[in-house]
Design a binder for this molecule. Structure first.
Ligand code: NDP
Ligand code: X2W
Length: 342
């Protein structure tokens, strides 16, 4: 059994990790931290875990975490990078659900996250944990940077086009997220009266996922790619829906076949029949990304639709997938959940 710790067990991604890990055949949960709830049995706070987990929250303490084989950080940005060097030194593997190790250039990190990077020296060894691109590297990694939720949906949607060099001009990613994407901490925009019966764009001048998506697409293409990324907040709890636009002048390419071949061996990416409309509820609670390709009759514009659950494929599920790869387990272990519909 792999001994696992979670730093930040009271947040939405933390409790989603717990939901997945209590059902994982190869995992023993050792440590679940919370500064605010230390001492409280986890199942008292999250009754969905009653009967599945007999463990209390504890204060984050690096010496206790060193007893684990792997630690997930489900904490705000800037926390993991303060403890990761010591954990790696002690032989503990790490998956960070925050952004601390996603951007390879520390200057870009500082620009977008507003603080200097605490351990630039280990940035280079961190593997960007999108298994559909980096499976082999994740298998060898000690430190995995779990991708952001929007970057997961957008990169998986654009990758086959970008890898084949089929795109002309800039890309557009028009994305919508449920409110759980903002986390469990209190802030005005997440209140029922603010977020329900409402729909709005945000972060238009520049969202911190923009450099992450551009970095991933540039690596796939071998050169920089222009991208307009506009996130929106929708009145739902879970889910991301990305409507992606690309100029693909070459009409001779069978895009449906291209996508089907690219993801043929990817159990967590479902290329739907041509002309489908993936819905967020068709991935709710599951680790799937569902993708559909639309090629209108006229013009060069291709429209790709991509849907994920932000807390699963966009966070905790992808983190468990990465753990499975890092420990040579069945990739699907603990991730067999069918989406909740309706
Ligand atoms: N929500 C989402 O859809 C996604 C989130 N992410 C990322 O995952 C991370 C967690 O997100 P989410 O679960 O939504 O966040 P939440 O705000 O819901 O939870 C944050 C957790 O971190 C703990 N925490 C906060 N500060 C510290 C600290 N200084 N030291 C140790 N623990 C701390 C909190 O518990 P306590 O204060 O009691 O210690 C809490 O358990 C974030 O970096 C987020 O950007 C990534 C993809 C998707
Ligand atoms: C709806 C909402 O607020 N979503 C969050 C993004 C999700 C997130 O947690 O960011 P990371 O993936 O970088 O960790 C936001 O736009 O800031």
């Amino acid at each position: 059994m792999i001994k696992v710790g979670i730093v930040g067990g009271t947040g939405y991604t933390g409790v989603e990790l717990l939901r997945l890990l209590v059902q994982h055949p190869d995992v023993q949960l050792e440590v679940i931290t919370s500064r605010s709830e230390a001492g409280l049995p986890v199942a008292d706070m999250y009754p969905n875990l009653r009967g599945h987990l007999d463990l209390a929250f504890s204060q984050p303490d690096v010496n206790t975490l060193k007893q684990c084989d792997l630690v997930f950080f489900a904490t705000p940005n800037g926390i993991a990078m303060q403890q990761v060097p010591e954990l790696l030194e002690a032989g503990v593997k790490v998956v960070d659900l925050a952004a601390d190790f996603r951007l390879s250039d520390p200057a870009v990190w500082e620009k977008w996250y507003g603080m200097p990077h605490a351990c630039e020296n280990i940035l280079a060894e961190a593997v960007y944990g999108l298994p559909e691109i980096n499976r082999a590297k994740v298998r060898e990694a000690r430190l995995v940077a779990n991708p952001g939720c929007y970057p997961t949906a957008v990169q998986l949607g654009f990758l086959p086009l970008v890898e084949q060099g089929l795109i002309r001009g800039d890309l557009v990613a028009d994305c919508k997220s449920g409110v759980s994407g903002a986390g469990r901490q209190t802030h005005l925009g997440s209140l029922l009266c603010e977020a329900s019966e409402n729909f709005k764009a945000y972060g238009v001048p520049g969202h911190r996922h923009l450099p992450e998506i551009r970095q991933g697409l540039a690596r796939a293409a071998g050169h920089e790619i222009g991208l307009t990324f506009v996130p929106h907040l929708t009145p739902m709890i879970r889910g991301i829906h990305a409507t992606l636009y690309a100029q693909v002048p070459d009409r001779s390419v069978d895009l449906q076949a291209l996508y089907e071949q690219r993801y043929a061996n990817e159990v967590f990416v479902d290329v739907m029949p041509a002309g489908s409309h993936p819905e967020t509820r068709s991935v709710k609670g599951s680790n799937r990304c569902r993708i559909a390709i639309h090629r209108p009759q006229d013009g060069d514009t291709v429209v790709i639709l991509s849907a994920i659950d932000n807390l699963v494929k966009g966070a905790a599920g992808q983190a468990v997938h990465n753990m499975n790869l890092m420990f040579g387990l069945d990739e699907q272990a603990g991730l067999g959940h069918v989406a909740l519909l309706p």
